[in-house]
Every structure is written in C-alpha cells, then in structure tokens.
Design a protein around this ligand. Structure first.
Ligand SMILES: *Cc1c(COP(=O)(O)O)cnc(C)c1O
Length: 413
C-alpha cells in the first residue's frame, strides 16, 4: 500500500473471510455464528456480514434490534440472532423480518407473543439461561418459569423456541473454575427444557475463546466475534493449552495516517498539553493526525493506561507516543530521524515486520484489544479492501483446506 493521503482505517475483508473459514473448520461439525455487533467491532457491520456469509457463516449475531434490521435492510436473508432488547420494546419488525429474538424472562416472552400477533407470523425465539455471568438471562431458579412461558407461546402457535443459550464469564482463562460450573449449569438447563418439551434447533454457549479452548462447550453452534477480526481471544493462554494449537488468524484492521511534519527538539522542550513529556536529549518528533476524536485512546500516553506509551510504526521502526494524545492529533518520538512529511504512519495492523498490533495498543492503554478496534469509529475514513473473493478462494461450502499456506495480503496488493 502506498502512503495514505489522510487518516484511514483499512479493513481487509479477505482476512475476515479467511478467519471465518479457519474458525469454522476448527469447530466443525458445530455451526458458526459470526458476531457483528457494534458495527462489526468497528470493522463495518454490513461489509463484515457479507464477507462472513461468503466464507460460510451459518448465523450472524448482533446485540440490538436496530443492528438486526440493518442487516436485513442490507439484503441479508440468513439466520440472525439478536439478544439485547429494551423493556417494552416493539419487536414486531424483528419478528416480521425472521430475526431470532432472545427472551430472558416471561415478560420478554409476552412481548414476543404480542410482536408475533402484530406481525401475523410465529416468532423465532431463543431462551437465555444465566449460568453464572450474571448479566442477561434467567437465573436457574427462574428458568422453569421462562420455559413454561415459552411452551405456552408455542402451544398458542405464537412462537417457536429455536435456541437455548448462555454466555461464559471467563472463557479466555481455560483454568478458571467458572467454565466447568457454567457448562454444567447449561447442560442442566437444557435437560430441564427438553424434559419440559422444548426442542431447540441450536444450543450454544461458546464465544471465540471457548471456540478455541473448550471443545466441550461447542454444542450445536459457536458465536465468534473477536477471532473473526483476526484477534487472538486468549493471548495469555500458553500455546500448549490451545487444543490443536493457535489458529493462524489474520488481523483485519490496519490504522494508518500520513505523517504531517517532523521537527527538532532540544533537551527541556515539553510536548503537547501539560508538557507531561519533556525531551531529555536532542531528538526529533513527528505529528500524527489522529486523536481521541478519531477513537485513539487518550490512555496511549506513557503513565496513563500503563507505564509505557503506545507505539506507532514509522520508517521501519516502532516510535513511542510522547505527551498527551489530543482530540485530533498526537506526537511521536522519531529519535533523530526526519522522515518526510507524508510518510506512512501505522498505528496498528497485522503486526508484520514487528509493527504494533491492537493487542500492543491495548496493553499500553490498560484495556483489551476488543475496545481498541471497536472504538476506531471517529472521523478517519474507513476503507474496505479484499471485498471480492479471489479466484483461488474456497467458496462457503468448500473445505477451508490448509489456510496456513494461503496468502492473506488480499486487497493490500
Ligand atoms: C459479544 C458476544 C459474543 C462474541 O464474543 P467474542 O469474545 O468477541 O467472541 C458472543 N456472545 C455474546 C452473547 C456476546 O455478547
């Protein structure tokens, strides 16, 4: 790629397709739900959804009704699950659109029944059991009442229970005792629902980390979000503890900008607001036209999110952020080098050649890489590359083959 003429977030859809194929092959015969909530974790929901479908995603997962309806408006006709509705929300449009909705309580089931009556078609309803995350879902003690309400709705022809699911609290930590406990609670809830007469099409528990670390949690379907985008969901787990080894995922997002200028500083010169960083030697610094208004965390400065500053890649080297990140710009230490104005600055990307990754930024900022990629939704131009599958790419129904030997520079050519 030639140097960018303005800040941009480049999303490689060839990488997304490749990651979906890799993950799908890893969890087969369980089906794949690609989670595209929050604008596809900042990668563009509709574009990622298309890429995921092209690579064989059986389901798409979103949080809100608006997200689900946006997928339908964009022409997606496949299975979509939505799991975060508001109290009293009108769900008729979702039911009419054939979106699977989730109930956490009998009151939710009532809303779904009303929506089915309004839409004049039976709703596709999934029930969520809270197995220990203590976020959404019915507690075990409230589960029988939720199952009963759903059975009443089924008997009335207002709905069909298509799925039963739960969500893990500590799946990125294979040794955490919550994993076994939640899986056992899930199996118990399933047994109760089946004894009561429910026959769900899909039972699902695993997110990306559990898809890789916990085959016993795969059930009929896994819900992969972060791994789809090429980010390791469990970076702290040792290679030997990943069954089948770490899959070769390719980060899909690269954030880049042109260097606006370089300048020389003398010892004692402070940089950016508050002069929180002062040069202790003659050096050069460069101006990067991205800031927190673009979604770059202000915590990237040294001593805010972590003792170390985040680094960017300029002229073949990592260069630390110096001083505070501003709304529109940040300054990096070029250590005496004077790359020309317009030179490429990469904040993070695939990590090739040792350039920083979203994980490096997350560690410097005291957060997780999920947040780093998802928040890059400000002014920077988002550009999708690798939009069309290449001539050698497997189709959705072909085996993934050995992805490890495939190229992944798709649209970067
Ligand atoms: C966001 C989300 C996922 C995806 O999690 P990842 O860790 O990104 O794979 C799966 N299930 C639910 C309920 C979610 O909210």
């Amino acid at each position: 790629m030639s140097a960018p003429s303005r800040p941009e977030v480049v999303v490689d859809l060839a990488a997304v397709r490749r990651n979906v194929r890799t993950l799908r092959a890893r969890v087969a015969p369980s089906a794949m739900m690609t989670v595209v909530k929050a604008d596809g974790y900042g990668h563009g929901m509709v574009e990622v959804a298309r890429a995921a479908r092209a690579a064989g995603a059986d389901w798409l997962g979103v949080a809100t009704p608006a997200e689900a309806l946006a997928l339908r408006a964009a022409g997606d006709t496949g299975r979509v699950l939505c799991w975060l509705t508001m109290p009293g929300e009108d769900l008729a449009a979702l039911v009419a659109a054939g979106v699977d909705v989730t109930a956490y309580s009998p009151a939710d089931v009532d809303l779904v029944v009303a929506a089915a009556q309004a839409a004049d078609v039976p709703a596709r309803l999934q029930l969520k059991i809270d197995t220990g995350l203590h976020r959404g879902g019915a507690l075990a003690e409230d589960w029988p009442a939720l199952v009963r309400a759903a059975l009443v709705g089924e008997a009335a022809g207002a709905l069909r229970v298509t799925g039963i699911w739960s969500h893990l609290a500590a799946s990125e930590d294979s040794a955490h005792p919550a994993n076994d406990a939640q899986e056992a609670a899930f199996v118990e809830a399933l047994a109760h629902a089946e004894e009561a007469g429910l026959r769900p099409e899909v039972r699902h528990l695993a997110n990306s980390a559990a898809a890789l670390l916990r085959p016993s949690a795969h059930f009929d379907l896994v819900r992969c979000g972060i791994a789809t985008y090429g980010i390791d969901p469990a970076p702290d787990v040792a290679e030997g503890d990943v069954p089948g080894g770490r899959p070769d995922l390719v980060p899909a997002m690269t954030v880049r900008a042109p260097l606006v200028l370089t300048k020389r500083l003398q010892p004692g010169d402070g940089v950016s607001y508050g002069h929180t960083w002062v040069a202790d030697r003659p050096t050069t610094v460069g101006l990067v036209p991205l800031g927190y208004g673009d979604g770059v965390p202000r915590h990237a400065a040294a001593g805010v999110g972590s003792p170390d500053a985040a680094e960017v890649w300029v002229d073949g080297r990592r260069r630390p952020v110096r001083g505070r990140v501003c709304m529109d710009q940040l300054v990096v230490d070029l250590d005496g080098d004077e790359p020309e104005a317009g030179a490429e600055v990469e904040l993070f990307g695939t990590g090739e050649r040792g350039a920083p990754t979203a994980l490096d930024w997350a560690r410097a900022c005291g957060t997780i890489d999920y947040e780093i990629v998802t928040r890059l939704r400000g002014r920077a131009l988002r550009r999708h590359v690798g939009v069309e599958p290449g001539p050698d790419e497997p189709g959705p129904d072909e085996p993934a083959g050995d992805e490890r030997t495939g190229t992944h520079d798709g649209g970067h050519a």
